[in-house]
Ligand binder design. Structure first.
Ligand SMILES: [Zn+2]
Length: 75
């Protein structure tokens, strides 16, 4: 599976439920999600630490903080 940002707890659960073996995330600085938990359970996590993805998310957060905080916000 390939994602722009790290999966939330709900999506992390689905990664395991459907036995997805490798997860490629664009970046995890804006949101770490369940990456450590997935790694602990044998999922190969590749974090590209992409500046492009981080800037995309930071721009979204700056423009729509209410949407970001509603779904993700503080961990
Ligand atoms: Zn999610």
């Amino acid at each position: 599976m390939v994602t722009t940002l790290a999966p939330c707890w709900y999506c992390s659960g689905l990664v395991r439920q459907f036995r997805i073996g490798t997860l490629i995330v664009g970046e995890s600085r804006t949101f770490a999600g369940g990456l450590d938990w997935l790694r602990e359970h044998g999922v190969e996590v590749i974090d590209l630490d992409s500046t492009e993805c981080r800037e995309l998310l930071e721009a979204f957060i700056a423009k729509h903080p209410e949407v970001w905080n509603e779904d993700i916000g503080e961990e």
